[in-house]
Design a protein around this ligand. Structure first.
Ligand code: SAM
Ligand code: SF4
Length: 347
């Protein structure tokens, strides 16, 4: 049989269904581990980044994405580190754009927003329609405290540019006890006024963060939701992206309010996603160490498309049932901590 026939047969034989009957349709790809901020819950102040040669080239990432799309991936989210600090990043969006008019339904981005004022229009031109922007506070001093290096003004400028470019915006906010829990009402009202969806995230025990202790600022979203419900009328919705967020609506507004509660609520049974980090390692679960190294496959002198497709299928067969991290407050202890940083896999 010719190689192309073998590849076609492999593509036809099955889509990406894991051993727990979950249909995998969503790829999150981290294009860099580098970032222009140093958020205290994400990384230490003196973060050590990868060497350039360890990071996949755009050509390698494109081959990998195409393989996934051919096997039924419908949505790709570009993330990082901060994806918009990678040099030439718009070239990569441009490479993926043609898939949008064929077999890819959505191309999205998660960003800290600092560079959005430069790129919002180009993102739209390249087929992006929705962006997730991470913002934990509307207070300039607290913003500096949380991000160590950032200026709130730059992010607000980026958000305005994204809105002007007609990108639909969702704000991601990490809930931090004694840091931003006193401004949650203001935050919600701001999102309602601006028509931004808003998702709260619990801190997850991923990677060393130097002298900081995540437990000190861990805020249970069950607690937060109770607090919000006492001030806003919330209606539960059945809306789902197949991911960890549970969504509510605030009565009288159109915005969706999401709660990502990996530690206080288990979301694994409906997980439809896999992640590839900037080095080409595929992580089957954010909260486990199972992985498969695609860089080795992509850079092999014997590389074939058939090999790539077979390994993508193999990686899905190894997806674990659930993550295993949790906080044990009674012992001031984090169970199942993952050594890699969220900035490597992109959240
Ligand atoms: N730099 C971009 C940003 O901040 O949006 C993309 C990458 S960042 C790792 C993706 C998301 O992960 C952000 O919303 C960030 O707040 C969140 N995040 C980072 N470290 C986290 C942690 N340890 N626990 C929970 N969320 C985390
Ligand atoms: Fe950078 Fe995003 Fe991590 Fe903040 S959360 S340090 S913006 S990668």
């Amino acid at each position: 049989m010719e190689m192309t026939d073998q590849v076609n047969e492999l593509l036809d034989s099955s889509k990406l269904i894991d051993p727990f009957s979950r249909h995998i349709t969503y790829l999150r790809l981290s294009v860099t581990d580098r970032c222009d901020l140093r958020c205290t819950y994400c990384m230490p102040e003196k973060m050590k980044f990868l060497n350039k040669k360890e990071v996949l080239t755009f050509e390698e990432m494109y081959r990998l994405c195409s393989g996934f799309i051919n096997l039924g991936i419908k949505k790709i989210r570009i993330t990082g580190g901060e994806p918009l600090v990678r040099k030439g990043i718009m070239d990569f969006f441009e490479m993926l754009k043609p898939h949008l008019s064929q077999d890819l339904e959505e191309l999205t981005l998660t960003t800290n927003g600092t560079q959005l004022h430069r790129y919002a229009n180009q993102l739209y031109e390249n087929g992006v329609r929705r962006v997730n922007i991470s913002l934990d506070t509307l207070d300039p001093m607290k913003f500096k405290q949380i991000t160590r290096l950032g200026k709130l003004h730059d992010v607000l400028l980026g958000i305005d540019a994204a809105k002007d470019a007609n990108l639909k915006i969702k704000i991601n906010c990490v809930a931090l006890k004694n840091i931003n829990d006193d401004e949650i009402d203001r935050f919600i009202n701001w999102c309602v006024t601006k028509d931004f969806d808003l998702t709260f995230i619990e801190t997850m025990p991923m990677g060393d963060i130097g002298n900081e202790n995540r437990l000190n600022h861990f805020l249970s979203l069950n607690e937060l939701k109770k607090n919000i419900s006492s001030k806003f009328e919330l209606e539960d919705t059945s809306f789902s992206t197949g991911g960890p967020a549970k969504y509510s609506k605030i009565k009288g507004s159109e915005i969706k309010l999401g709660f990502i509660t990996p530690l206080s609520h288990n979301f694994c049974s409906s997980c439809n996603r896999i992640r590839v980090d900037a080095t080409g390692v595929l992580h089957q679960c954010l909260g486990q160490n199972n992985s498969l190294d695609f860089r080795q496959i992509l850079r092999s002198p014997e590389y074939t498309e058939k090999d790539l497709i077979e390994n993508i299928k193999k990686s899905i067969k190894q997806k674990p049932e659930r993550h295993s991290f949790s906080y044990d407050f009674s012992r001031d202890h984090i169970e199942g901590k993952i050594e890699r940083h969220m900035s490597l896999t992109g959240g």
